[in-house]
Design a protein. Structure first.
Length: 286
């Protein structure tokens, strides 16, 4: 088993500026070395297409699990983060925070939050309460110092999100760290999902180091971003984890700055695309 939350305890949860945990040395060193050695190729993750500097590419679990180019070790890792056991452990760890920040979930599912796990893009939300995803991800090699993504909040239909880092031992470039932010004057300053850097302050920085897991409860306060990364021939390698709900946890629209109609339009377009994808998936003959 490679359930990344298996050894986590409620005492690991940090409450400021929002509920999250940071776990180091999550897996045995020999397993981490094997995962790095067997990391899927850029050609696999980009589907053979070209790519630009410091560009994000994600390979979803429902494809990776049936791809012979992805090793058995990697498929076991992906599958363990899609399990009912993983979701149950998340609920155990974050139940108190969910009750406090998202009480409507307790009204809907019950105080103990007996959530049923499914797999995103494979199962349907009529048969599961949370669709889990574990994506193999890279930020491509960097030719000029840039940040792949500044301060932002995730889409409101995510219950949680997490990153598990697997850094190549020869990668000595600075940057690519995860910053945890809080608002300086409240959340009514969003531009779509993004927030101007001057509207937030850094509370903590989680270094891009191998065998580190960061996982947080989603919410309007769950602001995070990635520091600029220096030029390097090595990709930034990680596992991207999240769980999708049928209904959003919060109304992102109400927190938009008045001066960002274009970003609001982009947000609504993305929300519409997600809904259309779910509808299309629901009608696939089975």
């Amino acid at each position: 088993m490679m359930n990344l939350l298996e050894d986590a305890r409620a005492g690991d949860i940090r409450t400021e500026p929002y509920p999250h945990l940071v776990l180091r040395d999550v897996l045995p060193a020999e397993m981490v070395a094997r995962l790095i050695a067997e990391f899927p190729t850029l050609d696999t993750l980009t589907s053979g297409r070209g790519y630009a500097s410091n560009e994000r590419h994600s390979y979803p679990a429902h494809k990776a699990l049936v791809d012979d180019r992805v090793s058995d070790t990697w498929r076991r890792l992906l599958a363990d983060q899609l399990s009912q056991a993983f979701l149950d452990q998340f609920v155990v760890l974050f139940r108190d925070a969910i009750r406090q920040q998202h009480p409507a979930l307790c009204t809907r599912f019950g105080a103990d939050l007996p959530l049923r796990a499914g797999v995103r893009r494979r199962d349907r939300l009529r048969d599961a309460d949370v669709l889990l995803e574990s994506q193999v991800c890279v930020n491509t090699p960097v030719s000029a110092t840039t940040s792949v993504r500044g301060p932002h909040v995730d889409m409101p239909d995510k219950l949680f999100a997490g990153l598990f880092y697997l850094r190549h031992p020869d990668d000595d470039a600075n940057g690519g760290d995860l910053e945890i932010h809080r608002y300086r004057r409240g959340p009514q300053c969003l531009d779509g999902q993004f927030i101007a850097r001057e509207a937030v302050e850094v509370v903590d920085t989680v270094r891009y180091q191998s065998n580190v897991l960061v996982l947080f409860l989603n919410g309007i306060d769950a602001i995070h971003g990635v520091t600029p990364r220096e030029p390097t021939p090595y990709p930034r390698m990680f596992l991207n984890l999240f769980g999708e709900l049928a209904e959003p946890l919060f109304d992102l629209e109400r927190y938009q700055a008045r001066s960002s109609p274009l970003s609001r339009a982009r947000y609504h377009w993305r929300l519409g695309q997600k809904r259309m994808a779910r509808l299309a998936h629901a009608w696939v003959p089975r």
